[in-house]
Design a protein around this ligand. Structure first.
Ligand code: GLA
Length: 373
């Protein structure tokens, strides 16, 4: 393991342990998590590995094979800079929550494809959270570690994300998707056996990430909170009479509400199909989710729309953008025999627009965070 060599080279000793946490794709339930809604992500085979030893002096030393020359040693966590704010934030959030967590020597390695929107930051946070949980004997439930990781990102890094990515990384299971209720934080896993159904889940990484993404994410969250307030409900999750709600709203708030309420129903419908073993039938829900994200939630972009449309033209049973939007990846549910045709169609569409070729990955549900040694 190259991370062991890197750890030895940086800190002159063996790490006490090595932990891994995966990234995620979201099958459906987009922009519902911060509306107390439903999501159905799964952990992917790529993620972040952390080799860690505890330190008695409270100092946190941080280094990453993906950030050469940016090693840091901080006693005051707030002095952590750049990539190191994610792991430093986890130490901060654990201490904030009252857990007795001392210092640590941390070495990071990762293989989440860059810019793919597969939650490399959540993987980084969760890898460090499970490591510190083990090393300091906290024995926190996985969902608590996910909440700690989210708190680090919200309050220390400054990105107002929901709980989905961290939960998927902490709770994912091989061969299964994670059905999570973001209000109760109750979850169940649902079988997602693509191969047995002659299907593949193709990730189409657009390779773009539009700059406005972070600001727009915060704005969408605000739109949703404003709409809920106007409707007099705690969260858009609580809207039961959609027609009645829409009649009382206008503009952005109306469109956001339309998306969130229908998306929650799509998650439930998709879970129902999976439980029935009808994996081949979920495509229509993926397509509907994409249109809603494009037209009502307005978080897609030409690169994602083009990938989705071309995938469906090429024979995908359904496709949608996945994650926050404004770039990153789309997913397509593709019958095995159509894989080549779908790829070709997407590549052709990108070439016709003069865009750099997207990259393709095949995702199967992988295990969630775990200790490797
Ligand atoms: C990002 C956030 C998640 C979630 C998705 C949209 O990935 O980190 O919490 O809100 O966007 O579904």
């Amino acid at each position: 393991m190259r991370i062991l060599e890197a750890f030895r080279a940086a800190y002159g000793d063996e790490p006490t342990g090595v932990w891994h946490a995966p990234g995620r794709v979201n099958l459906i339930g987009e922009h519902t998590d911060y509306n107390d809604g439903l999501v159905l992500p799964f952990a992917v085979p790529w993620g972040v590995t952390a080799a860690v030893s505890p330190r008695a002096d409270g100092v946190v030393r941080l280094a990453s094979l993906q950030a050469p020359g940016e090693e840091q040693a901080v006693e005051d966590l707030d002095l952590a800079r750049g990539w190191a704010r994610y792991p430093a934030g986890v130490v901060w959030a654990l201490r904030e929550a009252g857990h007795r967590v001392g210092g640590a020597d941390i070495m990071i390695d990762g293989d989440v494809p860059r810019g793919a929107g597969l939650s490399s930051s959540a993987a980084l946070e969760v890898a460090v959270a499970v490591a510190l949980d083990d090393l300091y004997g906290l024995a926190l439930p996985r969902i608590e570690l996910a909440k700690i990781a989210q708190r680090a990102e919200n309050a220390f890094v400054g990105m107002p994300c929901g709980i989905m990515d961290q939960a998927a990384s902490a709770l994912g299971e091989e061969g299964r998707a994670l059905f999570l209720d973001c209000r109760t934080l109750g979850s169940r896993t649902v079988p997602l056996d693509l191969a047995a159904n002659g299907l593949r889940l193709l990730i189409i990484n657009t390779g773009v990430y539009h700059e406005l993404a972070d600001g727009q994410y915060a704005k969408r969250r605000q739109d949703c909170e404003n709409a809920a307030k106007r409707l007099g409900v705690p969260a858009l999750r609580d809207v039961t009479d959609l027609a009645g709600a829409l009649a009382r709203l206008s503009g952005d708030e109306r469109r956001r509400t339309q998306h969130v309420v229908t998306e929650n129903h799509r998650v439930e419908a998709l879970v129902g199909l999976l439980r029935a073993g009808a994996v081949r039938e979920i495509g229509a829900l993926l397509n509907a989710s994409h249109l809603s994200l494009r037209d009502q939630f307005e978080v897609s972009c030409p690169e994602l729309d083009t990938a989705v449309e071309a995938a469906v033209r090429g024979g995908a049973r359904g496709a949608r953008m996945t994650g926050g939007g404004f770039g990153g990846s789309a997913i397509a549910l593709v019958p095995e025999e159509r894989l080549g045709a779908v790829r070709d169609e997407v590549l052709r569409a990108y070439q016709a627009r003069g865009w750099a070729a997207p990259t393709f990955l095949e995702a199967v549900p992988a295990p969630g965070a775990r200790r490797l040694r």
